[in-house]
Design a protein around this ligand. Structure first.
Ligand code: SF4
Length: 394
């Protein structure tokens, strides 16, 4: 495994407020003492480095929470130390997620100086009413201003939008998407609003404060998104991620292509040499664990070859490039991981494409991926597709 590529995910768990749709591991605290956090993250990182010697570091992703609230000096230190633990690839991709308010935009130049070379900006909407509904702390005007600042500071900028909100129509979303595609970024993350259990939106939906957009309308918006992004030369390369060729998130491709990634910080997941690692979610518990054990791991478990093959199938079929089913079967010691007759039936119905042992979902297939996986997988239990892991952001 010496020289094998490795991705590093660093989770910063704090936000200024909790968005009502969010089920990420994010916490609001009156104040955050940066020094102990820097030391804890570095200790957690050193633990992973001891267990993954000699690897080639291809990407670092600071996710959250709101990592643009990190002290840029902390970001710089983590990058510097990661580069000493591993051999950094020449084109090391270093992404940081940011919220588009003026305070955070004021830090972009310092974050770029710290080594961040790709910014993922949580714009979420261009409409102030939608931003208020989503509980976002910024206005549309602040969002555009932050995007402009980001495009000056970073070579690569992506932004997120959330669509399929109650009341969204094909006319309203196509206008928003046309605007998004005109803003000069080469990567977009376009997520449909989903109501996650345990969120404030879940309670509101139960109380009928609002009704989510119905599934058929949401599916129509997804297909519209596929058509418009393809026409603009920024096609889907994953269920919710769109990029010009060569501008995909390399970090996330590592997850979806089933490579190893070290995940450090509260709630971070990792995949290390056939093991699944999970860190303590609550910030205070994470800090206490690091003080006790010099790492923040709450759970570490070897993946069976059934689980690993299943995960590789589930992750890989999120991608437009799809998977080589025979290569995955061989990697984990199976004769086959898919029932080819069922694959061919889904090719005939227009949900999958097949070339030899490569299978890829079409746009309509990406919408039905849960069902497709259940239909085609053989002999392996089904991993949940329900939502991305804490570490799977773009
Ligand atoms: S959506 Fe982002 S900014 Fe809002 S609470 Fe979740 S992690 Fe924080």
């Amino acid at each position: 495994m010496i020289g094998e590529p490795l991705a590093l995910y660093v989770h910063w768990p704090f936000c200024v407020s909790k968005c009502p749709y969010c089920d990420f591991n994010s916490h609001v605290r009156a104040s955050i003492d940066q020094d102990p956090w820097r030391e804890a993250l570095l200790a957690d990182l050193a633990h992973e480095a001891r267990l993954l010697p000699g690897r080639r570091l291809t990407s670092i992703f600071f996710g959250g929470g709101t990592p643009s609230l990190m002290d840029p000096a902390t970001v710089a230190k983590i990058i510097e130390i990661a580069r000493t633990h591993w051999t950094a690839a020449d084109d090391l991709e270093i992404t940081l997620e940011a919220n588009p308010n003026s305070v955070e935009a004021g830090r972009f130049a310092n974050l770029a100086a710290a080594g961040v070379n790709r910014l993922s900006l949580g714009l979420q909407s261009f409409d102030d009413r939608a931003l208020a509904f989503l509980g976002r702390a910024h206005s549309a005007r602040e969002g555009f201003a932050a995007l402009e600042t980001a495009q000056k500071a970073f070579r690569r900028v992506s932004f997120d939008l959330i669509y399929a909100l109650p009341g969204d129509t094909e006319a309203s979303w196509s206008a928003t998407l046309a605007q998004a595609l005109s803003l000069g970024t080469r990567h977009l993350s376009l997520y449909q609003l989903t109501i996650e259990p345990g969120t404030r939106f879940a309670t509101m939906v139960t109380k009928r404060d609002f009704d989510p957009l119905d599934a058929d309308a949401a599916a129509a918006l997804y297909e519209l998104t596929d058509t418009m992004t393809s026409a603009a030369g920024t096609p889907a390369y994953e269920i919710s991620n769109y990029a010009r060729a060569g501008h995909e998130s390399r970090h996330n491709l590592t997850y979806w292509r089933y490579g190893d990634y070290a995940g450090v910080g509260p709630g971070a997941h990792g995949r290390r040499l056939g093991m699944r690692t999970v860190r303590h979610r609550k910030p205070e518990n994470f800090l206490a664990a690091v003080r006790r054990n010099e790492h923040g791991i709450s759970e570490e478990k070897p993946l069976s070859r059934f689980e690993a093959a299943d995960e590789a199938l589930v992750m890989g079929l999120r991608l437009s490039e799809g998977i080589d089913a025979d290569a995955i079967a061989e990697r984990f010691g199976f004769d086959a991981i898919v029932a080819w007759s069922k694959v061919d039936r889904l090719v005939a119905s227009g949900h999958l494409e097949r070339q030899g042992s490569r299978i890829a979902p079409t746009a309509s297939g990406r919408l039905l991926l849960d069902h497709i996986l259940v239909a085609i997988a053989v002999d392996v239990p089904r991993a949940s597709l329900a939502r991305p892991l804490e570490s799977v952001r773009a």
